[in-house]
Write a protein of this length. Structure first.
Length: 249
């Protein structure tokens, strides 16, 4: 017999999980994702934080450097890419910790533990954070293109780099958000723990994105995409295996 508990949402129930069952785990993860989306649409805390930082950072950069995108030297393209990813990184660090901090603040962590397995919780939170990051990437990149006159010569490769970079950000930080959810200084601790993990993919993403601003084929950026994909697989697998110990501690 299946039980359900309402977790801070009037119309979203999370089914209790049996000991095993991939289908049941995926259904529970989907329910957690829907619950987080509904809560975020109601409060708009994380999305407002992310978008406000993205708009502020992009506007400040455009006022400081002008139409940087009109410069087509190799150094200028690398600077454009670096500024874009720095804005994306710090905006993400300001909002991604909310997925677990919100549960702690609203006293719903116990309900999640009773109704969903650790794997389902991690997958649901991962999908929610990924949705936030991809939305942030889309808005910020559009602002950069408009305000800095950045010209993307290889749009498909550019989109692939942003997507894979967003996956790298999410896979490395979701478990960190769970670790710091009960800490006193959540925002500062989240940035301190996440930044060392993100240095390598950030460097690769900057270099790969700079290449997409030139007239290059997809094969040129394939090496960067392959590195980011391997990073995502490694961090996602490690987080999925370690999350039960973090969640139940």
């Amino acid at each position: 017999m299946t039980q359900s508990v309402d977790i801070d949402s009037p119309d979203t129930d999370i089914p209790a999980l049996p000991a095993n069952g991939i289908a049941t785990t995926l259904r529970a993860a989907w329910a957690i994702f829907r619950k987080d989306i509904a809560c975020e649409l109601r409060t708009r805390y994380a999305i407002n934080t992310l978008l406000l930082f993205a708009v502020s950072a992009t506007t400040a950069i455009s006022l400081g450097v002008g139409f940087l995108g009109l410069r087509r030297t190799q150094e200028a393209l690398l600077i454009q890419s670096a500024l874009l990813w720095i804005a994306l990184l710090f905006a993400a660090l300001n909002g991604l910790s909310r997925s677990f901090v919100y549960e702690e603040e609203t006293r719903t962590l116990t309900a999640l533990r009773l109704t969903a397995s650790p794997t389902a919780v991690f997958l649901g939170k991962f999908c929610f954070n990924l949705t936030l990051v991809l939305t942030l990437n889309l808005v910020t990149s559009l602002l950069f293109i408009v305000l800095l006159r950045v010209r993307v010569v290889s749009p498909f490769a550019f989109g692939a780099m942003l997507t894979m970079g967003g996956l790298a950000l999410t896979s490395a930080t979701t478990i960190i958000a769970a670790i710091i959810s009960r800490a006193s200084f959540k925002g500062a601790l989240f940035a301190v723990l996440a930044f060392p993990l993100l240095v390598a993919p950030l460097i690769v993403a900057i270099q790969g994105t700079a290449q997409t601003l030139e007239n290059v084929t997809f094969d040129v950026v394939f090496g960067s995409l392959r590195f980011l994909f391997a990073y995502v697989v490694a961090t996602f697998t490690a987080s999925l295996l370690l999350f039960p110990f973090v969640w139940e501690s």
